[in-house]
Write a protein that binds this ligand. Structure first.
Ligand code: FES
Length: 129
């Protein structure tokens, strides 16, 4: 009888800190896994470049602030506005959106991206997978 041992997580240096600009992303291959690293309000986030909808290259999609519906006192729609505190990634295949800070779809929270630990040290960004 054979047993499969789980692979130990490895911390990978993936690039310089300045390759992940504020409000931007850096997409990199780590072995067979493509990872998108994002910086928003100085914090870093890393996700596998696989959309939860149908596997599209989500980390290479457009980055836009969340659009929120504006309501009046009677809860009638009076317009829409960007929420600059919630940056979204929009998958280029069919338009599914995910919050950069949570990796979750705003309307379907169980619809999430696979996240990895990410940190920076001495001007280098590291992702653990
Ligand atoms: S694969 Fe991303 S929205 Fe469909």
């Amino acid at each position: 009888m054979s047993t499969v041992q789980p692979r130990a997580a490895v911390r990978h240096p993936i690039g310089r800190s300045d390759q992940v600009p504020e409000g931007g992303r850096f997409v990199v291959d780590i072995g067979a896994t493509t990872v998108g690293v994002f910086r928003f309000k100085t914090a870093l986030y890393a996700y596998e470049n696989v959309c939860a909808h149908s596997g599209g290259p989500v980390c290479q999609g457009r980055l836009v602030p969340r659009v929120r519906e504006l309501l009046d006192e009677a809860q009638r729609t009076v317009g829409a506005a960007f929420d600059e505190d919630d940056l979204h990634i929009v998958c280029p295949w069919h338009g599914a959106e995910y919050s950069v800070t949570t990796g979750a779809h705003p309307a379907q929270p169980l619809f999430t991206l696979r996240a990895f630990p990410v940190e920076e040290e001495g001007g280098t960004v590291y992702v653990t997978l």
